[in-house]
Write a protein that binds this ligand. Structure first.
Ligand SMILES: C[S@@+](CC[C@H](N)C(=O)[O-])C[C@H]1O[C@@H](n2cnc3c(N)ncnc32)[C@H](O)[C@@H]1O
Length: 284
């Protein structure tokens, strides 16, 4: 999973760099950015992009998985960013509470808080946004990447099995997601209107932007191997929920030797859209 997260981040690098540039624009050219928190950083791909984009800032990668934080620090070291990237182990939401300006005793305050695909792992999503908004310094920006479109990587008809496999996999993923959220401690349903949620957290100027990753066929080895990892995970975790024909097709797609497999087929592509929701803490 750690390698899969990092390779997904690597594929998204052009998008992440554009995103960091957009965050700089939203903050305004004169806003000093001294401290950034990447909440639920995973292996730290965006942590490092933020450190590159905001050259005067200390960037703190925060995650509940120590192995991922080690990856984040190793990545920062390789990129020559080790002096400005630090890691903080925190189980959320408990780890959000407390701390002085520099993070002693908690996560501290920040000029920019970035969180990608992590808030949905916490039962009370509004509660997390409230806590993050309170950690912003005046004029600071909160940016959460939490929506977009399901990734697309195969034509509707792939020549084997019943057409429309991806739509059926999406439906299974949606069910898995809902079960995951329901089982979280303190799970609370909320209308996932992210700009409204950021507004309720006390932020102003709320809005969103969406970035597209568009890798046309034929894919290179890196993208194919990422998709192979993705489909292998689906095959292992959800294969049993598919009907026999779809299960067989998925098995063929992950077979490294099969010409119809994702590692060899010429028609595989990668298209994904990520939406980032933002809001600013008013100056006073
Ligand atoms: C889907 S990954 C996203 C990683 C990265 N931000 C990205 O966009 O690729 C979710 C991350 O949130 C972390 N996470 C999930 N639940 C958490 C919790 N309760 N406390 C701390 N970290 C958590 C996971 O360890 C993982 O690194």
């Amino acid at each position: 999973m750690a390698a899969q997260l990092e390779s997904s981040g690597d594929l998204q690098l052009p998008v992440l760099r554009r995103t960091a540039a957009r965050l700089r624009e939203l903050l305004g050219p004169d806003k000093e950015v001294r401290r950034i928190i990447d909440l639920g950083s995973g292996p730290g791909v965006m942590t490092c992009v933020l450190a590159e984009a905001f050259g005067d800032a200390e960037v703190v990668a925060v995650d509940g998985a120590p192995g991922l934080l080690e990856r984040a620090l190793a990545r920062a070291g390789r990129l020559g960013l080790g002096d400005r990237v630090t890691a903080r182990h925190a189980e959320l939401p408990e780890g959000l509470v407390g701390g002085d300006e520099h993070g002693e005793g908690g996560l501290g305050t920040a000029d920019l808080i970035w969180s990608s695909k992590a808030v949905h792992h916490i039962g009370d999503q509004q509660g997390v946004l409230d806590a993050l908004a309170a950690m912003l310094r005046p004029g600071g920006l909160l940016a959460v990447a939490e929506a977009g479109l399901p990734m697309r990587y195969l034509p509707r008809d792939i020549g084997v099995g019943r057409p429309g496999l991806q739509a059926r996999l999406d439906a299974l993923l949606e069910e898995w997601f809902e079960a995951m959220r329901t089982e979280l401690p303190g799970s609370t349903r909320v209308v996932e209107d992210w700009p409204a949620m950021l507004g309720r957290a006390g932020l102003s100027g709320t809005g969103s932007f969406t970035s597209l990753l568009d890798l046309p066929s034929p894919l290179d080895e890196t993208a194919r191997s990422f998709l192979h990892g993705h489909l292998t995970r689906l095959h292992e975790t959800m294969g049993e929920s598919l009907d026999a024909e779809d299960h067989k097709t998925l098995g063929l797609l992950v077979d490294p030797e099969a010409p119809e497999g994702i590692l060899r087929r010429p028609d595989a592509f990668l298209l994904s859209a990520t939406t980032v929701f933002t809001g600013v803490r008013p100056e006073r």
